[in-house]
Each structure stands twice: as structure tokens, then as C-alpha cells.
Design a protein around this ligand. Sequence first.
Ligand SMILES: [Zn+2]
Length: 265
Amino acid sequence: MTTFDERIERAANFVRTAKRIVAFTGAGISTESGISDFRSPGGVWDRYRIVTYQEFLASREAREGYWKMKKELYVEIAGAQPNRAHHSLAELERMGKLTCLITQNIDGLHQEAGSRAVIEIHGTNRKAICVRCGKQWPIAEIQSILESGNYDPRCDQCSGFIKPATISFGQAMPEREMTLAYECAMGCDLFFMIGSSLQVEPAASLPRVAKRSGADLVFVNRTETPYDHMASVLFRESAGHVLDEIVRALQRDPLPTRRDQQIGL
Ligand SMILES: [Zn+2]
């Protein structure tokens, strides 16, 4: 068992020597920003029935129930601020270290922290989209419609149903984003996984794809995942703390240490 400092140094050294670094984030990175993991007990998903995409299209009652849940979630997401983990990933990108950031999260906190190369494979809660013509709105505009008591908002252009720009249960994963995500995972030599229990496909296959392509894996997650054995460095500590320490180590010492070069890390 290695100490926390040793694991930080090991992870930092992977970052120092890597040419293409990809990060993949899940709900666990945003819990420190006060956004509840939808799988955790007592979360919004416990109090509302899951509405599939097909139900959303077919039933007004389902749409109204779905928008009521989203109206409640809005308050949580609109008030949330990026935490140290989001800021550290944005800093890694600014340092020219991070080539792409794949996220399962729909909260938009990576962009708010300053990250640019973000691939949102589950879409975003910050926008709404007409399911018929594709017109988009900032979510705040739809929120004010909901607050006026209308829970079945329609497109002013084509009368189509308006839906948050997230990927719902029963809805296909976005093709462009998934292709990009797999290309990133296949082309990287270091893969950070932060805050996902890796239970859900296709996201769970991204670290496997990276590993098969020869990348080293660094996992930062509170609980164990089915792929922990593949990780070169494993953290159970807070994502904010871990990423902050890695960035500090890089700022202190940007170049690989000689000892690590010799042993081929
Ligand atoms: Zn429309």
C-alpha cells in the first residue's frame, strides 16, 4: 500500500511524461459542488418516476411529470459552482496537458470552470431543444415558462415538444459525441477516470478502450469499480483534493524526475 503523497507523485509523473491525456468524469466530480448523484438515495430520482424518451413523446402526463422534476433540479444546478476538481482539470488544459475531457455530467460545470475541449456524452441541462426542429433555448428561458405553470412547453417555430438537451433513458447516445469520445480514448496515452462507478455502458467501456490502446489509467473514485485492477494509480480520496495536489506537483516540478525516467514510468 502506497501513501497518498507517493500516489500523487506517481500520477503527476504520468502527466509529466504523457503526450495525450484524456479525462473522463462522472457524477462523483460534482458531488463536491452540491449536485446529488442521481443514483444516491433521497436524490431527485427517488422522488420522481423515470420517464423514458418514448413516454415523453407519447404522453402529456409524462412530459409534465418530467418537467416538474427538471424544474426542481434547476434550482440545484443553477446555484452550483465548479469545485477544485473542475478547476484543476481546466488548469491542466491551460497547461497544455489535457487534450480532451469526456463527461457524463449534464451540469455544465466543466465549461464554467474554463474547460474548452469538453465532450458531453449525456448532453446538457443548460439548454433545451425542440425534439422536432432542433431549435435550442437557454434552460433559464424554459424555467420561466415552467414557473408560469405551463409544464408542457412547445416550440414557437414548429409546435414540437421542448425537452432538456440531455440524453434520456431510451434515447440513443449522440453519435458525434460518442465517436469523438472513443477516438479520444483510443488515441491517448494517459486516461484519468474521475467520479464514475463505471456501471453503465457505453461509458464504462471508455477506460477499457484506452487501456487496450496502451494508455495508463489513473482512477479517482470514492467507491470501487469493476476495472480498478486495470488502474496504475488508484485514489479513493476527494477528487478536488487529489487533482489539486497533482496540479501543484506539476507546478512545482514540470519535468519528469530522473529516477522515474530510469524505471520507465
Ligand atoms: Zn421546433
